[in-house]
Structures are given as C-alpha cells and as structure tokens.
Design a protein around this ligand. Structure first.
Ligand SMILES: [Zn+2]
Ligand SMILES: [Zn+2]
Length: 441
C-alpha cells in the first residue's frame, strides 16, 4: 500500500495502471478492480487519519482525489469543504493516457470487421508506441515493481476476453485463423487473415496442360498479341482449374499451388494422382464442404483434371511437399526407336536399368532456368513391353526427381546409362504418363 501511495504521489494513474503494478497478487481479479480496491483502502485509512486529526490524512485524500481519480476521496473532501483545487481534473493517466476507457469501442470495431469472415480461432495482437512501452519500463524500474504485468499483456487479455464474450470463438496462440491487430494508442483495428490450406491429390487426364500458370514469354504476363492478350502461354493449368473453384468457394484474394514435383506439360498424371496443397490468401469462408468442393472441381475440370483425398492442411505440409525428394514415382513411357528392336534388347534394358543408379546432368532443355548439376537417381523396378518392331513401352518405379525423357534419349551423353546408350539405338519418348507418386505416408 505504501508503494501504491508513492506511485500516486508522483503520477496520475487510472485503476488499470495502478492495479497492473500488483497484478500477480491475488487471483481471479482484474487489474482495474485491484487498483480500485487499493485506492479505496487508502481513502478509508486517510479518512480515519483526518478525522482523528492525524497529520497527513488530508494530504493523502487530496492525492487520491486528483492523481487517483477517486470519486470517494473527492466526496469526502467536499463534505469536509476542503476540496478546493480542480487542477488535475483534465489530466489523463500517466501510463495509458486513459486508453483503457476505449477498449469497448475497439472491441466493437473488431467484431464489425470480423463479421465478414468465417473463422473458428483467433488471437488479439497489440501494437504499442515504443515511447509508451519505454515509459512503463522506466516507471517499473523506478518503483521496483516485482508483481507487475505489462500494459501490452493487459490490453491483449482484456480485448480478447471481450471479443470472446460476443463471438464465442476460441483463442488460439500458435495457429490462429485470424489475428486482430489492435493499436490502443492510435485507436486502429486491423485484421490479419491467415491463409487456408487444402491438400489433396490431382490427376491430369489430358496432355498439354502445365501444372502452374505459365506467363507468356513475350510479354511476361502483361498481355500481347502473341498470347491473345491473356498474358499466358497456356490458357489453363492444373493450378488455375483447381484455384478457380476454390476462390469461388472461399472468396479469397488469390491462390498459390504447391505440389510434390511436377510432370511435363505433355505428360499425363494418372494412378492415384500427385499430392498437392493449395493455399488461399485472405479467405472469407473456410468452413468448406470438401466433398462438394471435390465435386465442383471435378465437374469444372472434366476430361482435364480430377482431384481426390481433399483435406484441410497447414503450412507444415507445404514444407514437407517441397522437400519431397524421398518420394517414389512410377512412370509409363512410350518409346520409338530408330532401328528395329528384338526380344534380347528388352531383356538387356531390364537388366541394366533395374536396381541401378542413373547419373544425370541437368537436362539441356531446362538448363536455361536450372543450375548445371549432376544428380543420381535410383531405379527400383523396370518393365518393358514390345508394341511393334520399332516401339516399346517402358514402365519404371524410381526415386523422385529422375528426368525420364532424358533417361530415354541419353540427352547427348548427359544421362548415363540411358535407353539409347544401352541399345546403341536412338530412342525417342513419344508419350509419358506418371502412374503414381508415393510420399510414403
Ligand atoms: Zn492507465
Ligand atoms: Zn504475351
């Protein structure tokens, strides 16, 4: 109580800011109730002192009436006809400048902004001017505050509590769907709406569709004659076909597409499909009916793409997809040879490729955008079938990251061994399909 009185002697403090310096004392009481109680206790003992004509009682009542904003002290002084000065009537709390009085209006504004969004969890983030925090730090050091709490904490807790009373949502500290950013001093409220992640697998049923949006090489997306003013090399992509439906369903701003590797534009992606995660920026709706979403994507992409296994996901899965080199993939490639092939050629291919390591320098066709490295990839299993005197079908199960077209051609000696090299017969990949992408989960 002596410490509290010393603080009030020097600075005007509201109930919140006085109580906060003793926040760790007692349980289940808010700081304003704590501060108000301390002021009241001081008023009562000062009143007793002044009635007994003990020196200093009246001075303490005056401190409480001015710096303590105490109505009780003001009333006692009035009755004693000793309250003359109103010199401190205009001043605000030294620490919060009276901003705790505005919480209700900030909460109302936050609730209004939140109305536009679907969310299950949220968190309040408090932004304070550096000067205010420094001022509080100096104050605490000066009065040797040991049981205090920070102003940021109290603003955050009170605002969060008041919002919960209205929206009945859960406060989530680690992965909130929305962060309500409140600056009590500038009196601003903003929302940070975190992205929505939907994971699944896609199949690409037609050739000629890139995985992601491919900007026109001529205009780099601005739109020109060459791309019919679309800014794109291909009118649609797996990303856009799925993204369009997801944007319709969520009202989000944009989507980003992440997948475990990618097939070439002219390759199909078959089997159970390739794992992907699509990220929706600033979604207004996030309680999606995934079965219905799947239906909508599949009818919109009919004959081109198909999705399955849709699930809600988070950023961790994006990270795991990106370092998906441990995946196993299965390919089917139709090969055309320059010269006729015979049964012993097929046997030789199987022997040399299965359970073997392929050494590949970055393919010539992607050298312009990838670093020139040598990588080694393992082939687990090989199946070969002759289709005609100069055509065969090759099925491989291999480590993710193997360039299959180059395995066939040899890429001017940059991939060894290769189908062309082993048979000394020029081989060309005609059609490529990805049959499965296995992430091991
Ligand atoms: Zn205050
Ligand atoms: Zn263009």
């Amino acid at each position: 109580m002596q410490q509290a009185l010393r603080m009030l002697e020097e600075y005007p403090l509201c109930d919140h800011c006085l109580g906060r310096q003793f926040a760790l004392l007692g349980h289940g009481i808010e700081n304003d109730a704590r501060g108000k109680s301390m002021k009241l206790a001081l008023v009562l003992s000062a009143h007793a002192d002044s009635l007994s004509r003990i020196k200093g009682g009246k001075r303490i009542l005056e401190i409480l009436a001015s710096n303590g904003f105490s109505k009780e002290a003001q009333e006692i002084l009035q009755i004693m006809k000793k309250h003359t000065s109103s010199k401190n009537a205009e001043q605000a709390c030294f620490l919060c400048k009276g901003k705790f009085n505005n919480i209700e209006s900030l909460v109302e504004r936050a609730l209004h902004l939140l109305e536009a969004y679907e969310y299950g969890t949220f968190l309040v983030g408090i932004e304070l001017p550096t000067a205010s925090e420094e001022c509080e730090d100096e104050f605490k050091a000066r009065f040797e505050v040991h049981y205090g709490e920070s102003m940021r904490n109290e603003f955050g807790r009170l605002t969060g509590k008041r919002i919960v009373e209205h929206n009945k949502k859960a406060v989530e500290f680690l992965k909130p769907e929305i962060v309500v950013l409140v600056n009590p001093f500038a009196e601003t409220v903003k929302l940070q709406v975190n992205p929505l992640f939907v994971a699944g697998r896609y199949r690409k049923l037609a050739r000629g569709i890139p995985q992601s949006k491919w900007f026109c090489s001529n205009c780099r997306g601005r739109g020109c004659e060459k791309c019919s003013w679309t800014g794109k090399m291909y009118s649609e992509s797996v990303e856009e076909l799925i993204g369009k439906i997801l944007l319709d369903a969520t009202g989000g701003l944009k989507t980003s597409f992440h997948a475990s590797g990618r097939e070439d534009i002219d390759a199909r992606m078959l089997g159970t499909g390739r794992p992907f995660v699509i990220e929706v920026t600033r979604p207004q709706k996030r309680f999606l009916d995934l079965a219905k979403l799947k239906q909508n994507v599949n009818s919109y992409g009919k004959g081109k793409i198909e999705v399955s296994n849709l699930k809600f996901a988070d950023k961790d899965l994006v990270r795991r997809l990106k370092k998906g080199e441990s995946t196993q993939k299965e390919y089917r490639v139709l090969i055309e040879f320059e010269n006729r092939i015979v049964a012993k050629d097929l046997k030789l291919l199987k022997e040399r490729l299965a359970n073997g390591v392929i050494s590949q320098k970055t393919p010539v066709r992607v050298l312009h955008r990838r670093a020139d490295l040598t990588r080694e990839r393992y082939i687990y299993e090989v199946g070969v079938k002759k289709l005609s005197p100069k055509k065969a079908e090759l099925i491989l199960r291999c480590q993710g990251g193997l360039y299959v077209k180059e395995l066939v051609t040899g890429d001017e000696g940059r991939t060894t061994p290769s189908v062309s090299g082993i048979l000394e017969n020029k081989a060309k990949p005609m059609k490529l399909d990805v049959l499965s992408v296995n992430m091991g989960d």
